[in-house]
Design a protein around this ligand. Sequence first.
Ligand SMILES: NC(=O)c1ccc[n+]([C@@H]2O[C@H](COP(=O)([O-])OP(=O)(O)OC[C@H]3O[C@@H](n4cnc5c(N)ncnc54)[C@H](O)[C@@H]3O)[C@@H](O)[C@H]2O)c1
Length: 283
Amino acid sequence: MAWQQYRCNLVWNGAVFGALYLGLFMDIRDRIVVVTGAAGGIGRALCQAFSDQNAKHVICADRDSAGAEETAHMIGGTAVTVDVADENQIKTLIDTTEASIGPIDIFCSNAGVLVEGGADALDAEWQRLWDINVMAHVWAARHVVPRMADRGSGYLLNTASAAGLLNQIGSAPYGVTKHAAVGLAEWLAITHGDAGIKVSVLCPQAVRTAMTEGHEDHVAAIDGMLEPEDAARACITAIQNETFLVLPHANVLKYMQLKAADYDRWIAGMQKLNRTYSTSSWV
Ligand SMILES: NC(=O)c1ccc[n+]([C@@H]2O[C@H](COP(=O)([O-])OP(=O)(O)OC[C@H]3O[C@@H](n4cnc5c(N)ncnc54)[C@H](O)[C@@H]3O)[C@@H](O)[C@H]2O)c1
């Protein structure tokens, strides 16, 4: 290892150790956490992981009331029925949680949906994905960030996807909205970091959930399908270390680097994948 790299590692390790020692990194114990899309899949695994880390209280929000109840029952949390495509319902979730349980420390905008299709997808479908995959994150930030900023601390965990970095074969609405979700998360981190608000964005490839059921051979699973618990564990580590980009599939970083190094070559590679996989349906 070159001396410079060695010195850099020493400084970094020292900084991490010092920050942990001084309690500067996020400790999940005793935190109040809200998770949307909590009725199953990654959201349920996140609720369980926060509970395992001794969070003070986990609010399990989903439009699927029965699923949210089931998750809440598993961990002794609170179930809330919320349609994140409606700003008022997100505002009420935040207002009610803060009034009845306490200040929200960590807000996870995790609910998300996928639809097949290109530019020809119906406007209503584009709008539905735009509202759930992007605007729900905007609305959560709109109503929770000022409260967190007043308190001088808070954490946003936004679930995007590797599709937000590398696009999605077979679904323009998903690829586009997930790129927007990544862009928003970056903007929030840049703009509100000085106010003590930290942001992480989760960008996995395939995870075994209702969303991927029956599509285990799809291109998104090309590097293997993780379990929701793997994704949740990666999020917990990222929050504890206050790391922005959460990549449970290590190859995603390599693909991002290839994309940045030679965009045209990356497009050609994606075209090849598209030829191979465009006949298999995603949803
Ligand atoms: N499974 C994967 O391979 C994968 C990969 C990358 C990113 N993601 C993202 O992870 C997140 C979680 O997805 P998942 O894989 O656990 O799928 P899932 O379908 O198991 O869970 C999604 C949850 O979101 C809820 N939801 C959907 N629309 C909602 C709305 N309008 N209001 C409230 N709740 C709503 C659903 O009821 C469901 O419980 C999504 O944002 C998804 O895009 C998933």
